[in-house]
Design a protein around this ligand. Structure first.
Ligand code: DHB
Length: 377
């Protein structure tokens, strides 16, 4: 996305990707786009397929004790979200960059950053059996939590803020036509479950599980049995079952480093911050970062004004922390915490009752879920 935005602003870039194109295009990740992310893709001219195939959702449902309550986003905020897999966004962006003659290099190995605190940083990279050295003006570290860019920053520069959760998500993609129109986030005595979808033929479901859960312990029958138990509702609704196409375990963590910049290296997305998945903020947060970063580079290259580059970290962190707060809150609201004091469980149930019965509380959830404004100066 950043490379495409820079291209629109007449700025050239090289994208170095460790994985293959096929891997990037097939890897299943989250699938909810905030209205802000959709607007960004539309304005950048890369939303054609998204407009055609994306599922527009005007609300979500919260389930408590087998009863469902709707949070009507459009009524409360005038906005909706769009369900469209992250890998579909990736496919569209790769296709567009290649069509525009973009320099995308897949299957790069041994990438290392040098002189990031000097005028001309260098990137050393192995690609197609050869070692290349790229000399550049700036480096954008958009390489995820396990990437190399954050670790290229010297010790003592970054402050790390972190929280771990005592559970993970077991996620499946199933060949089953969704039998609900909207996502259902279910709080259940046995643990959280989420009913989501990707298309009129494919459902996406998640179960709260142990943080170190071994996926091999979960046969398809066991997964469906547990989903059935947690999701079935008093009115008789239950998830439609089908062939499981893909399954995996997703860890849960909140993590932020500050600042997002060192010398000529700018961190964006998961390289700088991760959220637990509840509320689907990960990719949306990364989009907000690159919105600010692209605008800052444009101001620098077209007006020789580096004030936005210098303010990049501050511009992003305000919204990053609001999304951290929201993801932590949704996670705390919906999951079962093992061995929690009875007071905390009662407080959690009271909060669920409040969110599902108060327009003010539901509006607070809704405006965060559909996406807070980017906060452009
Ligand atoms: C999905 C993932 C999420 O983390 C979420 O909160 C909602 C939906 C999904 O993959 O569909």
């Amino acid at each position: 996305m950043l490379s495409h935005l820079l291209h629109l602003g007449g700025i050239s870039s090289v994208v170095l990707e460790a994985r293959s194109r096929a891997y990037c295009e097939e890897r299943v990740r989250a699938g909810v786009l905030e209205h802000t992310s959709v607007a960004m893709l539309r304005e950048a001219g890369v939303a054609e397929r998204l407009e055609r195939e994306g599922l527009r959702h005007g609300g979500i449902e919260l389930g408590v004790n087998r009863k469902r309550y709707r949070i009507p986003f459009v009524e409360l905020t005038g906005k909706c979200v769009t369900v469209y897999g992250q890998q579909e966004v990736v496919k569209d962006l790769i296709a567009r960059r290649l069509a525009d003659g973009g320099d995308l290099r897949f299957e790069c190995g041994n990438v290392s950053l040098h002189d990031i605190d000097h005028e001309k940083p260098r990137i050393r990279v192995e690609n197609n059996g050869a070692v290349d050295e790229i000399s550049c003006e700036y480096v954008a570290g958009c390489d995820g939590f396990h990437g190399i860019s954050r670790t290229a920053i010297p010790d003592g520069v970054l402050t790390v803020y972190e929280r771990a959760y005592p559970f993970a998500w077991l996620g499946i993609l199933a060949e089953a036509a969704p039998s609900r129109e909207e996502l259902l986030y279910m709080h259940h005595e046995r643990g959280f479950a989420l009913y989501s979808m990707r298309s009129p033929k494919i459902t996406r479901l998640y179960l709260q599980c142990k943080p170190d859960e071994d996926i091999d312990d979960w046969s398809d029958d066991r997964i469906w049995g547990e989903l059935q138990t947690r999701l079935e509702c008093l009115d008789g609704w239950e998830p439609t079952q089908g062939n499981i196409l893909q399954k995996g375990v997703t860890g849960m963590r909140s993590f932020v480093v500050e600042p997002l910049q060192y010398g000529r290296l700018f961190l964006a997305g998961d390289a700088a911050h991760i959220v637990p998945p509840t509320g689907a903020k990960g990719m949306n947060l990364a989009f907000a970062d690159v919105h600010h970063l692209a605008a800052a580079f444009e101001a620098f290259y077209s007006k020789n004004n580096d004030s936005k580059l210098r303010a990049y970290s501050t511009a992003c962190l305000d919204r990053i922390w609001k999304a951290q707060r929201f993801s932590w809150w949704m996670t705390s609201l919906m999951h079962r915490f093992e061995d929690e004091p009875p007071f905390d469980h009662k407080r959690q149930l009271a909060e669920l009752e409040y969110v599902t019965s108060s327009r003010a509380a539901a509006t607070c959830l809704a405006e965060n879920y559909v996406g807070l404004p980017f906060g452009d100066a």
